[in-house]
Design a protein around this ligand. Structure first.
Ligand code: FMN
Length: 166
């Protein structure tokens, strides 16, 4: 899609809001793992435990995530910028050389990430040129470590308050 000047200005404005970076994953009907980089991931509800993320309508993975009973979220670590770039590209072989394990419902989860969420499909909602996907968290691991941060269209590393200015 060709963006006009107003859309570019809106993107720059929204880019003032720092987010983490996650890879959302699922399995095709034949078991092949699929995944993509997102920064639209956010928490929604504690009771029941719900999260959401947004998927572009034009994504070739839309039918997979529409039909999947489960999906996984791997919250990327500061040293996983290359993983973010890999999963943000329209490659067929995104998982080549990626260390992953199977979570709830067989979802692929990426090792080395700072947190994992094993989600069951909860609901789906239209959202303009994206679809909003809600998942119910069935299991989670809080591995810890420095998260990767996305701000102003670029990657950053969060600096803990105690280390500011040192
Ligand atoms: C930091 C970052 C955040 C992104 N966030 C999203 C997102 O929230 N939703 C989305 O559909 N695409 C997002 N993308 C773009 C997809 O990762 C990219 O279009 C990717 O090629 C989609 O994979 P697919 O072509 O296999 O569907 C993001 C890309 C980057 C680098």
């Amino acid at each position: 899609m060709q963006e006009n000047a107003d859309q570019r200005a809106l993107k720059r404005t929204l880019g003032r809001y720092p987010t983490g970076v996650a890879v959302v994953t699922a399995r095709r009907g034949d078991g092949t793992p699929v995944g993509l980089t997102v920064n639209s991931f956010t928490s929604v509800s504690l009771e029941p435990p719900l999260i959401l993320w947004c998927l572009a309508n034009e994504s070739p993975n839309l039918p997979v995530f529409r039909d999947a009973a489960h999906f996984g979220i791997s919250v990327l670590a500061a040293d996983q910028q290359w993983v973010s770039n890999r999963f943000a590209s329209p490659l067929e072989e995104k998982f080549a050389g990626i260390d992953w394990f199977e979570g709830e419902g067989g979802v692929p989860l990426l090792r080395g990430s700072v947190a994992h969420l094993h989600c069951r499909h909860y609901s789906r909602h239209p959202g303009g040129d994206h679809v909003i996907l809600l998942g119910q968290v069935a299991r989670f691991d809080n591995t810890g470590g420095e998260p990767l941060v996305y701000l102003g269209g670029d990657y950053h590393v969060a600096q803990p308050p105690g280390e500011r200015g040192s």
